[in-house]
Unconditional design. Structure first.
Length: 364
């Protein structure tokens, strides 16, 4: 890759955040935080090894105990977790990196065994149609969630605010609001999972309201130009996909354009599954209504990423799976070095250093 490659060019985000290149480490759940969900020295090693990325977005991090729905994923709802994340962020900064924390609530994509027998929550009592979920008691069938009350919605919005404050205390450079992949905010956005008849459902603007309130709450703790939002208009993961997806996500992008966000992170690629309910939404389509920094993700390689940025369809491209086995992905792209073999799925979530922080840089 030439030094003139668009992927390697620095970018200034709203004259607030200077990124050394346009290569982003995508959020990757790796399940190394243990049952206490507290980040640790192993995670600090892992992330700091990848600090040559223009931006690292942390793995999805639950904002509250209620938000849990994945084994051994990290949290940001107590002081110990803040200190654990501070260890990680300090290591990334020392290695010259920039890092955002991704804020997460699983909603219905969870199980009562995570919550002392209490059912998961969601906008509506609609069960996720999936094979099973891995829980503290083993593989379990999904359950019908409990529809949230207005008061509970307000509490969750406040949980996002508190989590954002804790992220700043840990030293993160910003936060990303995870509104994709069939988790709670996405469940509110989509007609497939939101059948509410109140101010949080029944119309496209009403289904957007929950995300808007969360964004406003997070903005009370984090400068808006240090906040990213992630959406997945084409996704089928966690039993998603709505007939009016194009209208809904066009509206979402239009509304988010009213803010000077750090970026809008779009799962535009189809490698994660496609609902096939119409032509897939593309970055160029989103670009027509969202004028701020735009990040593409899902299935990109070096060539297609360069094309997306070169064609002005995107400003940043996030890479997920390549970062598992290529901690030096930027350098491999820059020098045209081959990528390491993709890591097998069975090691993605194993609670060990092996298959996590032991992938070497390119040896030549």
């Amino acid at each position: 890759m030439s030094k003139a490659s668009p992927l390697l060019k620095p970018i200034s985000i709203n004259n607030s955040l200077e990124l050394k290149n346009r290569i982003v480490m995508a959020p990757l759940t790796r399940s190394r935080a243990g049952s206490e969900r507290t980040p640790n020295a192993l995670m600090a090693d892992y992330y700091s090894q990848r600090a040559s990325a223009g931006l690292i977005i942390s793995e999805a991090t639950v904002i509250s105990k209620q938000g849990i729905g994945w084994m051994d994923s990290p949290g940001i709802y107590n002081d110990e977790q803040v200190q654990g994340w501070k260890q990680v962020v300090d290591a990334v900064h020392e290695a010259g990196g920039t890092m955002f924390l991704q804020l997460w609530h699983c909603g219905r994509a969870s199980h009562s065994s995570f919550h002392n027998g209490e059912l998961p929550v969601a906008p509506s009592a609609i069960k996720l149609d999936g094979e099973h979920i891995q829980t503290p008691t083993g593989k379990e069938h999904y359950e019908t969630p409990v529809a949230l009350t207005i008061e509970q919605i307000r509490e969750i919005v406040n949980d996002y605010k508190n989590a954002a404050r804790r992220a700043m205390q840990a030293g993160f450079d910003g936060v990303e609001i995870h509104s994709a992949n069939g988790y709670l905010i996405d469940q509110f956005l989509q007609s497939k999972t939101n059948e509410r008849k109140d101010n949080y459902g029944g119309s496209i603007p009403n289904r957007y309201r929950f995300l808007d309130e969360i964004l406003q709450a997070v903005m009370a703790e984090v400068s808006v130009d240090r906040i990213g939002v992630r959406i997945a208009p084409n996704g089928v993961f966690n039993d998603m996909g709505s007939a009016d997806f194009r209208e809904q996500f066009t509206f979402v992008a239009e509304q988010l354009d009213n803010f000077s966000l750090a970026y809008l992170h779009v799962m535009d690629g189809l490698a994660f599954g496609f609902h096939e309910l119409g032509e897939a939404m593309t970055l160029s389509e989103i670009r027509k209504v969202f004028k701020g920094p735009l990040m593409g993700n899902c299935g990109y390689n070096q060539k297609t990423a360069e094309q997306a940025i070169g064609n002005n369809h995107a400003d940043l491209i996030a890479f997920g799976r390549p970062y598992i086995s290529n901690p030096d992905l930027v350098e491999r792209f820059e020098n045209d070095w081959p990528l390491a073999e993709e890591a097998p799925m069975e090691i993605w979530y194993a609670p060990t250093k092996e298959g996590y922080a032991d992938f070497p840089a390119y040896q030549g």
